[in-house]
Ligand binder design. Sequence first.
Ligand code: SF4
Length: 78
Amino acid sequence: MKKLPPSRQQVARQRQKYEETPRLKICENCEHYRSTFVETEWGGYEEKLRRCTLGGFAVKRKSSCAAHEFRSLCAQGG
Ligand code: SF4
């Protein structure tokens, strides 16, 4: 079966390095991010004590900084 040439949109996406689901540089997926899960009174778990082990300060999951390093996908459970 003959392969069709890429469409104009496919070519434009490749040229722009379009990412449908980009992996953003955020604390949550950073090598230096640590947190603790504590059990709630309802039996669930809540993430607490979000810290940057590099700088030793409190962080938010969706924050970022120039020292970000992606954690391996295995360490993130995916
Ligand atoms: S503050 Fe920077 S180095 Fe620390 S966890 Fe967040 S992105 Fe990573």
